[in-house]
Design a protein around this ligand. Structure first.
Ligand code: NAP
Length: 283
C-alpha cells in the first residue's frame, strides 16, 4: 500500500515503477470531442493543484478535446521534474494500423511537449484492424523510447490474452476499464485476471460521474474516518490490490477530496458492509 516514504502508491503491473493509487482523469477538460479553448487557465490550474496534492498520475488521450486536452496537460506539467510525474495517454481506435500508431504517438508527444509517455494505451479495441499489428507498433514505441509501458483500455480477458500473445519483449502493464461501486462488471473476470497476472486495473468513471458523492450509506461510513462519500467510494476501489482510480475533477474541493482518498484504508468490516449494500459480486 505504501512506499518507504509513506506515499499511497502501487506497483504498475509487473514493472518496478510505483504510481499513486489515485490519479487525475482529464475527459471533458478543454472540450469533449472537439477543443474548448476557453477553459485553458482553469484546467491547467486544476491539474497543477492536483499534482501539488500528490495526484501525479495524469490520464489523457489523443481523442480528448480533439487533441487540445493533451496540449493543456503539456502546459500543466511544464516546470515539474518529469520523473516525478506519470503521464498516461491513449491511441484512438481508428489509428491502430502499425504506421498510424507510431504517428499518433508522435503527435501526442508534440502536444504534451514531453520526450516520452509513461503508459500508452489502446483506447478501445477495433476488430477491423489486426491487433498483432497494433501490438508490434506499441513494442516499437518502447524500443524507440517514446513510451515506457504498454497498456490497453476497454479490453476483455480474451482480448488481453490475445494482445499479450503478440508481444515478444514487453507485457501489458494495465487495462483501463469502467469500474465503480455502481458498475462492478470488471469483477466478473477482468479484476481476478489482473490480480492473478499482476496487471494494473485503472478504474475509470470511479465516482460514477460524481453520483457516488451523494450516497448516504457511503457518507455514513465515511464519518468514522472523517472522510466524505466520494473518498469512501475511491478508497473502496484502491483497497483492491491491482486497482488504481482516476477520477476527473476541476473543482478545487473535489481535487482536495480525491487526494484525501489516499493514505488510509477502510476496515475489512466496512468494505464488507459496502459490498453487501452495493451487491457484492467479487469474492
Ligand atoms: P468520474 O471521475 O467518475 O466523475 C467526474 C465527475 O465527478 C465530474 O463532474 C467531477 O466534477 C465530479 N467529481 C470529481 N471528484 C468529486 C468529488 N470528490 N466529489 C463530488 N464530485 C466529484 O468520471 P469520468 O470523468 O468519466 O472518469 C474519470 C476519467 O477516466 C476521465 O476523465 C478519463 O480520464 C478516464 N476515462 C477513460 C475512458 C476510457 O474509455 N478509457 C472512459 C471514460 C473516462 P468537477 O469536474 O466539477 O470537479
Amino acid at each position: 500500500m505504501t512506499a518507504s516514504d509513506g506515499k499511497d502508491v502501487k506497483l504498475l503491473g509487473k514493472s518496478k515503477d510505483f504510481v499513486p493509487s489515485v490519479g487525475q482523469g482529464t475527459w471533458r477538460m478543454g472540450g469533449d470531442v472537439s477543443p474548448n479553448r476557453n477553459e485553458a487557465h482553469k484546467v491547467i490550474e486544476a491539474l497543477r493543484y492536483g499534482i501539488s496534492l500528490g495526484l501525479t498520475l495524469i490520464d489523457t488521450a489523443e481523442f480528448y478535446g480533439g487533441g487540445h486536452t493533451e496540449e493543456l496537460v503539456g502546459q500543466a506539467i511544464k516546470g515539474y521534474n518529469r520523473e516525478d510525474l506519470f503521464i498516461v495517454s491513449k491511441v484512438w481506435q481508428t489509428n491502430l494500423h502499425y504506421d498510424d500508431v507510431l504517428k499518433a504517438a508522435e503527435r501526442s508527444l508534440q502536444r504534451l511537449q514531453t520526450r516520452y509517455i509513461d503508459l500508452y494505451l489502446i483506447h478501445w479495441p477495433n476488430p477491423a484492424i489486426p491487433l498483432s499489428e497494433t501490438m508490434k507498433a506499441m513494442e516499437k514505441l518502447v524500443e524507440l523510447g517514446k513510451i515506457r509501458y504498454i497498456g490497453v483500455s476497454n479490453f476483455d480477458v480474451n482480448l488481453m490474452e490475445e494482445a499479450r500473445s503478440y508481444l515478444s519483449r514487453e507485457d501489458i502493464m494495465a487495462n483501463q476499464v469502467r469500474y465503480s461501486l455502481l458498475d462492478r462488471t470488471p469483477e466478473e473476470s477482468i479484476l481476478p485476471y489482473c490480480e492473478r497476472e499482476k496487471i494494473t486495473l485503472m478504474a475509470y468513471t470511479p465516482l460514477a460521474k460524481g453520483n457516488l458523492a451523494k450516497d448516504k450509506k457511503l457518507a455514513e461510513i465515511g464519518k468514522k474516518y472523517k472522510k466524505t462519500a466520494a473518498q469512501v467510494a475511491l478508497n473502496w476501489l484502491i483497497s483492491k490490490t491491482p486497482v488504481i482510480a482516476i477520477p476527473k475533477a476541476i473543482t478545487k474541493k473535489h481535487i482536495e477530496e480525491n487526494a484525501g482518498s489516499m493514505g488510509w484504508r477502510l476496515s475489512e468490516e466496512d468494505i464488507m458492509s459496502i459490498d453487501k449494500y452495493f451487491k457484492k459480486i467479487y469474492v
